[in-house]
Design a protein. Structure first.
Length: 213
């Protein structure tokens, strides 16, 4: 029988030993405790947008699915399911090899009351920054409750969208192009509020509701 977890662990270590140039490796690692977290972590097709949506649609990053064959986009991210409780060896290997594999920041999300993936990953990957996403409200305490000296940046429950923005903010200190994309994204938000404000004022409340309803 093949051991799917062991083969991922081995692969991560092999990739860490490759010493590939930065431009060909993912800058951001997105990991989650279960594929049942995907709608929150990536964004759901019919619901709230998430990390995948902001990274690809708003900030122009591409998802790298083959470590040895990067997409054309200069900035990329990768996605894995890594369970702290069911695959602690995979969590350890992912966090331990993250820097050597070229990652600059990890976004880690988990649900349940014992959402240990973000904080354990942060401890093992240190000093690489980790942005934690509590996938559910009941996960917030376990994600943010790190002891002094063991840092983790965290967002509110379900806000993988903001986790992605925070991760790109980290990268933008080194990459002016990403800084410009972040600024353009924010200007778009500002413009949107201005347009909506003018429309609401000029159409009046019933007219505005009718138009958007
Ligand atoms: C956590 O348990 C995962 O992050 C997920 O939110 C939750 C349930 O996982 P599944 O039972 O759906 O795989 O570890």
């Amino acid at each position: 029988m093949t051991d799917a977890v062991q083969s991922l662990v081995d692969q991560l270590h092999e990739q860490a030993a490759m010493d590939r140039p930065d431009a060909g490796t993912p800058e951001i690692g997105v990991i989650m405790g279960s594929d049942s977290d995907l709608d929150v972590m990536a964004g759901s097709e019919e619901g709230r947008p998430g990390a995948y949506d902001v990274l690809t649609e708003h900030l122009g990053l591409a998802e790298q699915t083959d470590y040895g064959d990067p997409p054309e986009a200069r900035f990329t991210f990768e996605t894995f399911v890594v369970s702290a409780h069911r695959t602690p060896d995979l969590m350890y290997a992912y966090a331990e090899t993250a820097e050597a594999r070229g990652l600059d920041v990890i976004i880690a999300g988990a649900g349940g009351k014992s959402a240990d993936l973000p904080n354990m990953t942060a401890s093992i990957a240190y000093p690489l920054p980790v942005v934690g996403v509590p996938v559910q409200e009941k996960s917030v305490d376990s994600v943010i409750g790190m002891p002094q000296g063991a840092p983790l940046v965290a967002v509110d429950a379900g806000k993988s969208f903001n986790a992605a923005l925070s991760a790109v903010q980290v990268l933008a200190r080194e990459h002016e192009e990403l800084r410009e994309r972040l600024v353009a994204y924010h200007e778009g938000l500002r413009e949107g509020v201005g347009t909506v404000s003018r429309d609401l004022h000029e159409l009046g409340t019933p007219g505005f509701r009718e138009r958007d309803g």
